[in-house]
Design a binder for this molecule. Sequence first.
Ligand code: GUN
Length: 300
Amino acid sequence: MTAQIIDGKSYAEGLRGRIAGHVARLKAEHGITPGLAVVIVGHDPASQIYVSNKARQTVEVGMYSEKYELPDTAPEAEVLALIEKLNADPKIHGILVQLPLPRQVDPNKVIATISPDKDVDCFTPASVGKVQIGLPGPVACTPLGCLMLLRDFVGDLAGKHAVIVGRSNLVGKPMAQLLLRENCTVTVAHSRTVDLPGVVRGADIVVAAVGRPLMIKGDWIKPGAAVIDVGINRIAAPEKGEGKTRTVGDVDFAAAKDVAGWITPVPGGVGPMTIACLLANTVTTASLINGLAPPSDLTP
Ligand code: GUN
């Protein structure tokens, strides 16, 4: 079998188009322009690129964007004061503080200060709890993107055995909640799981989110399974020249694509979905803050 390639870049483009339509309607019918503030502390080059992309795409879908760049020496109190200001600003419906933060700034304190109403990352305990019990609100961006792709390509997920490899708060745990809500049977595997290859072989859906390059082998995949690779890893690529690198996922794509039914490539699979889902969450929070039901195609 040769898997159908799940083109996340193209799906994300379509999603951004739908988001632009919702933003235009919110403006025309309710006078609401969804606003997203992104905050970066320090000069980590990868974070700078992410934050610039987030701010650019926010404007491209017609939303209001604010970007705050604080020096890497910024005291914790300054970061918390900025979040309090954004919590109180009616133009802002979403607040994203880019992680990681410099050592003097405690990420838990930062997250605890973000108003759950504006928590477009879905990091606060209140937002996480809402996802667990199925109340409307933002949903962790990467798992939301994975779910949208699975629903679109695979269809009804009910009854399928989903194995999530990785138990992070960012991806593994929220992914488990979302797939449970789809009536999957969910297994969360991790570094202490016994016989990981055997566990993955039982999966109709594999979500790989461990951050270990090419860890999941082709012969771990059940024929016809859907494989969603969240990993983004840089590895040496001597074939491209000395010192060169390439980006690979957590799954050995070259081998798995001959066995799976559907598979996301890296790059171009889950990656492009994350920012699109951040924008979707901003439409969701802007709607809820104003007493409107969020668009049903942007939330699970
Ligand atoms: N750093 C890496 N990924 C993320 C993310 O999804 N949200 C935030 N706030 N920071 C990140």
